[in-house]
Design a binder for this molecule. Structure first.
Ligand code: CA
Ligand code: CA
Ligand code: CA
Ligand code: CA
Length: 269
C-alpha cells in the first residue's frame, strides 16, 4: 500500500506526458475535432428565405440571417452580394471571405463550387479543394478533365471577370476603348500570348499581351513608355484605350499565367 501514491503519481505523469506529446505530434487534431462538432451539412437543402443560400450556409458559414433575404437591408440579397464579392452584412463594402478549413479556397468559392467549407478535400482524391481550383480541376469529382475557363469583360462596368466552370474567381478593374475606338463586343478567343509586346503605332510596351482580334485588340498590363513610366495608372475603370483591354499591375500577370491560348473572351456592354 505504501507504494500506491507513488504508482498513482507515475500513472498521471505518463498519462499527461502522452497527451501532450500526442497533441504535439498531430497539430491538426484540435482543428479536426472542432470541425466535426459543427453540424454543417453541405447537402442540406432548406432555404427558409429563398435567397439561394441554404440555412446551413447562412448560419454556419456566412453568419447571415436565414429568415431574411437581405440581411443588411441595402436592397441586394445576401446571395447577390456574396456572388459579387461584397459583404452581405455591411453596406457597399467588398469582402475578403474567410477560408475556414484553410484549403486555399475561400468560403465564397466553396459555396459557388458546392464544396464542403469544413473539409479541405471534398472529393477525397488527395488534392485539396483550393489546389484543384488553382489547377483548373473540379474539386467535387476526381475527374482529370479541366473545368472551362472564360474571361468575361463588362464594358459598362469596366470590369473583367475570371471564370472557372461558370464561377467567378475574381473581378478586376479594366480600362477599355474610348469613344470612337470602342472595344468590340462578342465572343473571341486568345490567339497569341507575348510576355512583353511592342506597339509600333503607340511606341509603347504592352506587358502580358494576349491578342484576341486580327485587327490588333488585346488584353495587356498598363502600357509602359521606353523609359519605364507607366501610362494611365489612374485610368483603370475609365475607357481611355485605343480598343485594347488594359489591366493593372498584378491582375495582368495573374490572367496571363492563368489563361492559355484558346481561352474564350466574352465582351459585352
Ligand atoms: Ca437562405
Ligand atoms: Ca444585402
Ligand atoms: Ca476553404
Ligand atoms: Ca480534392
Amino acid at each position: 500500500m505504501r507504494y500506491l501514491g507513488f504508482i498513482l503519481v507515475l500513472f498521471f505523469y505518463f498519462f499527461n506526458v502522452s497527451l501532450v506529446s500526442a497533441a504535439e505530434q498531430i497539430p491538426t487534431t484540435n482543428a479536426v475535432a472542432a470541425s466535426t462538432t459543427i453540424p454543417f451539412d453541405v447537402k442540406a437543402t432548406v432555404d427558409t428565405d429563398g435567397d439561394e443560400l441554404t440555412d446551413q450556409w447562412e448560419i454556419f458559414v456566412f453568419k447571415t440571417d436565414p429568415n431574411k433575404k437581405d440581411s443588411d437591408g441595402d436592397s441586394f440579397s445576401d446571395s447577390t452580394e456574396i456572388k459579387d464579392i461584397f459583404d452581405p452584412l455591411k453596406k457597399n463594402i467588398a469582402k475578403n471571405f474567410e477560408d475556414q478549413d484553410k484549403d486555399g479556397l475561400d468560403d465564397r468559392l466553396e459555396w459557388l463550387f458546392k464544396t464542403d467549407p469544413f473539409n479541405s478535400d471534398t472529393d477525397g482524391d488527395g488534392f485539396t479543394d483550393g489546389n484543384e481550383v488553382t489547377k483548373g480541376f473540379d474539386p467535387r469529382s476526381g475527374s482529370k478533365k479541366p473545368l472551362k475557363k472564360r474571361i468575361r469583360i463588362d464594358l459598362s462596368k469596366q470590369i473583367m471577370q475570371q471564370e472557372l466552370g461558370g464561377v467567378v474567381l475574381a473581378n478586376f478593374r479594366v480600362s477599355t476603348g474610348k469613344k470612337g475606338m470602342a472595344t468590340p463586343t462578342g465572343d473571341f478567343a486568345i490567339k497569341e500570348k507575348i510576355p512583353r509586346a511592342w506597339s509600333r503605332s503607340a511606341k509603347l510596351w504592352m506587358p502580358y499581351w494576349m491578342k484576341f482580334t486580327d485587327r490588333g485588340h488585346g488584353i495587356h498590363e498598363l502600357p509602359e513608355w521606353p523609359g519605364g513610366k507607366k501610362e494611365g495608372v489612374n485610368h483603370l475603370g475609365v475607357p481611355v484605350s485605343h480598343g485594347c483591354v488594359r489591366l493593372g499591375i498584378g491582375p495582368a500577370k495573374t490572367m496571363y499565367e492563368w489563361a492559355p491560348v484558346g481561352t474564350i473572351i466574352h465582351i459585352e456592354h
